[in-house]
Design a protein around this ligand. Structure first.
Ligand SMILES: NC(=O)c1ccc[n+]([C@@H]2O[C@H](COP(=O)([O-])OP(=O)(O)OC[C@H]3O[C@@H](n4cnc5c(N)ncnc54)[C@H](OP(=O)(O)O)[C@@H]3O)[C@@H](O)[C@H]2O)c1
Length: 404
């Protein structure tokens, strides 16, 4: 019997209870083990919920779960960063396996929690933390034993992808689509973690650290979100027979690594151009297996709960990869060397700005109240220096890499 202490009964927690109830007989048949949710931690036990809680034992005291000797797996789906860190460390220290969907806690404490689980000979699994319902971390860990992974790339945030898809496909304004996304529950009331790219960055931190086998922290990743895109950009990008995506990518070279989250303009024929709405996709390259691509629902109650339960099932079956999956490669951060061709639109124009950008311009797309240009091959750091030198704030321009 696998007794689960479930931390959180919100969107994902509810999905977990629903799937276990619906699939109990099949799960027992496959794993030979009954998976039972013994206790559930919530903030407010009296809250009205979208699920029948009569058969569920709710508590607002984590100690009730921690001290329950029958509970052998903790499933953390609260979303709170510091309290979840405390819950996870306490659970591992008291001999309980841990599964989490919380990218923030995995990203911030990746090394420490992986080492602790390894020391205690316990599972610490987090499939749902990257790509929601897409099973990508388990195949990645498997391929790492046979391959050197040199590159990982992905669309990792459904909110951004939904906004960009509707802007490009329907010519809608950023603010209008963001409002629709909020009404549909795709975007939070405060959307900054998504649209400024922080959520994508945390997922890249996890993916890149695993894939490149080096400690690539949040601070190691260059970040630019999508919040400054406007109707002019949409029009220009459409004329280029292209679309725009928020792409996370990390690459290993002989000398080190690069890691970046940025808007990227991709031709309509490009694979990522067809990953639309709230879907996510991740691709990685191994020296033997070649390129592998994964596609699916990046979030949502049932897909995310499904990914969490795949981890729980691996614990029940004993099929999770033992040992610390983090590598020890000492790679140098080469983000300063990142280069490419870029699209730049600036909302305020004057002669100084025109003069300064002239030297890097390959083609002027628009010169009026706004200035939009294509930039010839250049180091990204040089563009950042130029923009900072002009005193332009992030909201007054939109910069996107043009995919190779
Ligand atoms: N939603 C998705 O599609 C999705 C996709 C991928 C990953 N995730 C990750 O999954 C996690 C959960 O997301 P969610 O959307 O299910 O969140 P949610 O709907 O806000 O639910 C959070 C649940 O946790 C409880 N909770 C929050 N803070 C707590 C604390 N400090 N102590 C005890 N209980 C606490 C809440 O209790 P009350 O009900 O009493 O308020 C609630 O039941 C997050 O880390 C999120 O990033 C979510």
């Amino acid at each position: 019997m696998l007794n689960v202490g479930l931390l959180g009964l919100g969107t994902v927690g509810t999905g977990i209870v629903e799937i276990i109830n619906e699939r109990r007989n099949t799960i027992t048949g496959t794993s030979g083990t009954d998976i039972r949710i013994k206790k559930i931690l919530v903030r407010n036990v009296n809250k009205t919920r979208n699920i029948d809680t009569e058969q569920l034992e709710l508590t607002d005291n984590f100690e009730d779960i921690l001290n329950d000797q029958e509970i052998n797996v903790i499933v953390e789906v609260t979303g709170d960063l510091e309290s979840s860190y405390r819950y996870i460390t306490a659970a591992l220290n008291s001999g309980k396996h841990v599964v989490t969907a919380n990218k923030a806690v995995v990203s911030k404490y990746f090394g420490e929690l992986s080492a602790l689980a390894n020391e205690k000979n316990l599972a610490f699994l987090y499939e749902a933390s990257v790509g929601g319902g897409i099973p990508v971390l388990k195949p990645l860990k498997e391929q790492l034993e046979l391959n050197e992974i040199t590159e990982v790339q992905g669309i990792l945030n459904g909110t951004c992808n939904y906004i960009l898809t509707r802007m490009i496909n329907e010519g809608k304004d950023y603010g209008e689509v963001l409002k629709i996304a909020q009404e549909l529950g795709y975007a939070e009331a405060d959307p900054s973690a998504d649209v400024e790219g922080h959520d994508t960055l945390r997922k890249l931190r996890i993916l890149a650290t695993l894939a490149l086998q080096a400690d690539i922290t949040e601070e190691d990743i260059l970040l630019d979100g999508i919040s400054s895109i406007n109707a002019t950009d949409v029009e220009n990008i459409r004329k280029m027979d292209s679309t725009v995506k928020l792409i996370a990518e990390a690459r290993k070279t002989d000398k080190g690594f690069t890691a970046i989250v940025q808007p990227m303009i991709v031709k309509n024929s490009n694979y990522f151009a067809n990953v639309n709405m709230a879907f996510n996709s991740i691709a990685f390259k191994g020296n033997n297996v070649g390129e592998l691509k994964f596609y699916g629902a990046g979030a949502g109650k049932l897909p995310t709960a499904n990914a969490v339960l795949s981890d729980v099932l691996d614990i029940a079956l004993g099929t999770y990869r033992k040992g610390n999956p983090l590598g020890k490669e000492d790679l140098v951060n080469l983000n300063e060397s990142i280069s490419g061709q870029y699209y730049l639109r600036i909302s305020v124009t004057n002669d100084e700005i025109r003069d300064k950008v002239e030297g890097i311009t390959r083609e002027v797309l628009l010169d009026g109240e706004e200035l939009a240009i294509l930039i010839e091959e250049i180091r990204l750091a040089e563009i950042h220096e130029l923009l900072a030198g002009l005193g332009l704030s992030k909201g007054s321009y939109f910069l996107a890499k043009i995919a190779d």
